[in-house]
Design a protein around this ligand. Sequence first.
Ligand SMILES: C[S@@+](CC[C@H](N)C(=O)[O-])C[C@H]1O[C@@H](n2cnc3c(N)ncnc32)[C@H](O)[C@@H]1O
Length: 362
Amino acid sequence: MSVAGTDAHARLDPAHLPPLVARAVAAARAHGFPYSCRPEHGRLLQALAGGARTVIGETGTGYGVGLAWLASGAGADVRLVSAERDPERARVAAEVFAGDPRVTVLTGDWTRIHEDGPYDLLVLDGGGQGKTAHDPAAEVSSLLAPGGTVVLDDFTPSAGWPPLHEGKVDRARLYWLEHRALDMTEIRLADDLAALVGSRCRMRGTETEWRGLEHGDVVRGVVTHVAPFGVFVELPGALQGFAAVPELDWHRFHAVEEVVRVGQEVTAEVLAFDVERGQVRLSLKALEPDPWLAFARENLGRTVRGRVTKVAPIGVFVQVAEGVEGLVPRELLDRACAVGEELTVDVTGINLRRRRIALAVG
Ligand SMILES: C[S@@+](CC[C@H](N)C(=O)[O-])C[C@H]1O[C@@H](n2cnc3c(N)ncnc32)[C@H](O)[C@@H]1O
């Protein structure tokens, strides 16, 4: 909880606060409630609210300071819903927003916000944060619209990994930062205050099953369209599949048509579901042997022969196996090289995730 939040606002000139915020701060002070959000967080909420299109949700209204920042940044057609379990706080907060028809304060447990939504912006400030055993984390796949933003307040900044709180691994923070359905990050708002902010991924989605398919299924279909960015595949059941360029082939190619053509039957692995677009994300190359894996298994620390494929300012790229290229950094070259030239190189490092092979001239 932001012990200093109400007082920190009170120290500011009310003339420099949005009128609704000043009203909510006055209500919090009048009721001796110190735990309002800090102004630094309030400004973040105000900015994020500007990006909401339909509805914003909040857990833990308190006396409505955070909600007032949200309302001051939200558009005229955007609704705001906040839940507060303390009936007196909920009553007073509802009075603060009495003149703003966009805002609804619900009395009761935070889970009442399920009555509205999914939300474009979801602020978890009292319930749903997963910070204690009695407070399970909110289920973003049902509460957050695809592409929507979630915000959690009140963390002490932690730059290292894993995030620590009072010397121990901060499990709640870790849960959010590693959430598969969110692109989440920690943002430092002051020396002693950080927030977690993230978006619900549009492409990865949380759905592991959709229309009778699940991740990892192998499907067969026919290529209906080839674009510079990928290929469209008609799958059984009139489902549309899509394989982006990086998922077509392990080998480097110049034009998509070098790999597949319209009318060709292809077999692919289901990677994900883009429910918004009604598309199954596919990988064609997942069913082909990865030449990098084979190279890595055999060649780390060995000396191999390769052919220069590209001369770049950072060094020269050398093809060391079919579909596998490594880099000799410029500082390790004692002479100029030309494309097509054969070189003997030492394989000094391999990183499969980054698809990088470090080479030195042997
Ligand atoms: C840190 S304060 C909220 C401050 C407020 N959002 C602001 O910015 O001024 C947390 C509030 O959440 C409420 N709260 C805690 N757990 C809750 C729950 N499970 N459901 C609803 N409200 C809850 C508390 O009563 C308290 O008023």
